[in-house]
Design a protein. Structure first.
Length: 369
């Protein structure tokens, strides 16, 4: 009796053959399976996980890797209060502050990124939202020049956007829109104090309604539980986003998250893998914080299911040397994908929706259904 009480809890069984067969048809894992991935830890379990995710990535993405680059086109003095962000005016940080760059400078940065191997380029601006005519005109000019003079897929990350402003930019050549949910609905208010999870969602829905390629994910390692990571993934699937940027917290001095370090390289690989299994057909892009969190795990990030990488510098921190990353792709037998990105079939949930914890029910709850 005592021996049975002391016995370690049984590890949840994951049927890899079944998961792979469903993923080949675009069907993602259930909430329960997503939770079970968080408990994997032995070398054998991790090998089985990576073999599965590597196969699914290859099935849907071949050996092509999306490469993204960004410019921080307006930095700092942001009135919003996002507790991870060094650009918030609420915190004393060393992040640079400047007003909107010229369209010429943005286009020149885009051209340099293209020549360096980047194939999607995002113009990122700090602030709650971008709606001033002067800023929108700068963006329109930049998009027209980039489309005319490079082979880049164009993207922007502009905060909480109205559909009419997005439509204006789309007409000028903006193809993709990036906007993160940041973290799970149940954790969002702990992280973002100046706007709501539904505000984030509305921007994503507006861009999807316009037919834009939508890139939305979050930052991991901000005090969320594994279940909340799965919760975020399920809502991204419910929103049918096209691409999921995966950021790992790089705690910036002066922000409330200074000194926070929660993730191991294995945690990071399991997060990438869980996202691939929840959304087998979508693009999973490893972005900020990979160098300091994934460390040697970067050697396995594509096996874990990532099919994209942010190259060059991040918004306020330095990234890897571009050539090092291109060399990594070559070593792994991977190639840079040429734009435009192919339209993605949706990653769909399992058909069973009967229990209160089923992902379909959770997605409905998140969607306010
Ligand atoms: S994440 Fe964006 S909206 Fe939030 S404080 Fe930083 S720049 Fe502002």
């Amino acid at each position: 009796m005592i021996r049975s009480l002391l016995r370690a809890p049984a590890r949840p069984a994951l049927d890899w053959a079944s998961i792979a067969a469903r993923a080949a048809r675009g069907i993602g894992i259930s909430e329960a399976e997503g939770i079970a991935i968080g408990a994997l830890e032995t070398p054998e379990e991790i090998s089985a996980l990576l073999a599965c995710t590597d196969g699914i990535r290859t099935t849907h993405k071949g050996n092509a890797i999306n490469t993204c680059g960004i410019t921080n086109a307006r930095s700092g003095r942001c009135p919003e209060k996002c507790n991870f962000c060094s650009q918030s005016a609420h915190f004393e940080t060393a992040a640079p502050t400047y007003t909107t760059k010229s369209a010429d400078l943005i286009a020149a940065e885009a051209k340099a990124a293209f020549e360096g191997g980047v194939r999607e380029f995002s113009i990122v601006m700090a602030g709650r939202s971008i709606h001033a005519d002067k800023d929108l005109t700068t963006l329109e000019t930049a998009f027209r020049t980039i489309r005319a003079e490079t082979g880049l897929q164009t993207c922007a990350s502009l905060g909480l956007m109205k559909k009419k402003d997005l439509a204006r930019l789309q007409a000028a050549g903006m193809e993709s829109m990036h906007h993160n949910l940041e973290t799970a609905r149940s954790h969002h208010a702990n992280i973002v104090e100046s706007h709501t999870y539904d505000d984030e969602r509305e921007t994503i829905i507006a861009a999807k309604e316009l037919g834009m390629y939508v890139c939305s994910g979050g930052i991991f390692g901000m005090g969320e539980t594994w279940a909340q990571r799965v919760e975020l993934a399920l809502d991204l699937r419910a929103l049918n986003v096209d691409s999921v940027p995966v950021n790992f917290l790089n705690p910036r001095p002066g922000t409330p998250m200074e000194g926070m370090k929660e993730l191991t390289p294995l945690d990071c690989l399991k997060i990438i893998a869980m996202l691939r299994l929840v959304m087998p057909t979508k693009d999973i892009i490893v972005c900020g914080g990979r160098e300091m969190n994934l460390l040697h795990g970067q050697d396995n990030m594509f096996k874990a299911g990532a099919n994209g990488l942010m190259l060059g510098n991040y918004l306020t921190t330095a990234g890897s040397a571009l050539q090092d990353d291109l060399d990594r792709l070559e070593r792994d037998g991977l190639v840079v994908r040429a734009p435009p990105h192919q339209p993605h079939p949706p990653s769909v949930p399992p058909a069973v929706r009967s229990t209160g914890t089923d992902m379909g029910a959770l997605a409905d709850k998140n969607a306010g259904v």
